[in-house]
Design a protein around this ligand. Structure first.
Ligand SMILES: [Zn+2]
Length: 237
């Protein structure tokens, strides 16, 4: 257990630039949260009402886990605005919840894919293709928003998110490809094969996340921790 033997000075009002960066980051998370959950909801609806595609379910489960993580990060930013010493513990909690959500999502995708392997079913290719396309576009909007954030405002949260969102685009692209194959050839196995690929991709993400949690890699925020070392300047002439 670690005591907070010294507190950083809190009577400095943050510079305007840091405030703007904070607002921009919060806005990014809130929009990413909304778009990811919206895309996930559409995919779930189409999967159960129309297309019967398990790879589409995989994309949805992943999107919903991601969207929830963006929502949690937004919550962390809102809370840490008022209680700045809560940023680290709340980020830890958010990353851990995010891990559990992804774990549960991955479990569901694996079990659906295995089920479909033993009990092959018809899948509507074009509906799957169209819906995964919508998901790809919405994910693309999030990636574009991340690119628009100025370089000097990037932090480790931002950089890992951008990498993540870019690799996620390949998941939707994979579903589009397998769905197009099904639409053209009626080779339904392409669907559960793609679902397995997604399930293993999620397993990989889980491993990366687990390593980060175990290592305690909690570097967060903008680098404001060194300001304590700056002493006030006195001018001697
Ligand atoms: Zn993701």
């Amino acid at each position: 257990m670690r005591d907070h033997s010294h507190h950083s000075l809190k009577n400095h009002s943050p510079p305007q630039a840091a405030k703007t960066a904070h607002v921009r980051e919060l806005r990014l998370y809130l929009i990413a949260f909304t778009l990811s959950l919206f895309a996930g909801a559409i995919e779930i609806a189409v999967r159960y009402l129309l297309s019967n595609s398990v790879s589409l379910f995989g994309d949805a489960a992943h999107g919903i886990a991601d969207g929830s993580t963006y929502g949690l990060l937004a919550l962390v930013l809102i809370v840490s605005k008022h209680y700045s010493d809560m940023e680290l513990p709340w980020t830890k909690a958010a990353v851990f919840v995010s891990f559990l959500l992804l774990f549960f999502g991955d479990y569901l995708v694996f079990s659906e894919a295995i089920e479909r392997f033993f009990d092959p079913q018809e899948v509507l290719g074009w509906w799957t293709c169209l819906t995964a396309g919508i998901s790809l576009v919405l994910n693309g909007i999030v990636v574009l928003m991340m690119y628009k954030i100025p370089k000097h405002e990037h932090n480790i949260r931002h950089d890992s998110m951008l990498f993540h969102a870019l690799s996620d685009a390949w998941v939707s692209a994979g579903v589009i490809a397998s769905a197009a194959i099904i639409a053209i050839t009626n080779w339904y196995a392409a669907d559960w094969i793609m679902a397995f690929i997604i399930a293993f991709y999620l397993l990989f993400l889980l491993c990366v996340l687990a390593i980060r949690i175990v290592r305690g890699d909690w570097k967060i925020g903008h680098d404001h921790d060194h300001s304590e070392h700056e002493h006030s300047h006195e001018d001697h002439h």
